[in-house]
Design a protein around this ligand. Sequence first.
Ligand SMILES: [Zn+2]
Length: 71
Amino acid sequence: MEQVNIPKCQKCNVGDLVPLSDFGSQGSSILYKAWVCTNPDCGYNLKIRNGDIYINEPIMSGVNGRSRQSQ
Ligand SMILES: [Zn+2]
């Protein structure tokens, strides 16, 4: 595993912001990036999608009908 500089969450300054990547159904990477705070009490998240930035979108209520696997 490479060491990656993870930025601190700017909201709570406790959790770290970890990057998430997403891939299209055909296996190609798509322009979708998300950063999520690791502090569950914070829940800060930031998404970059098609050049637009979405901050603190609800994560649990499904996005555009995409099915997510529960962990
Ligand atoms: Zn946070």
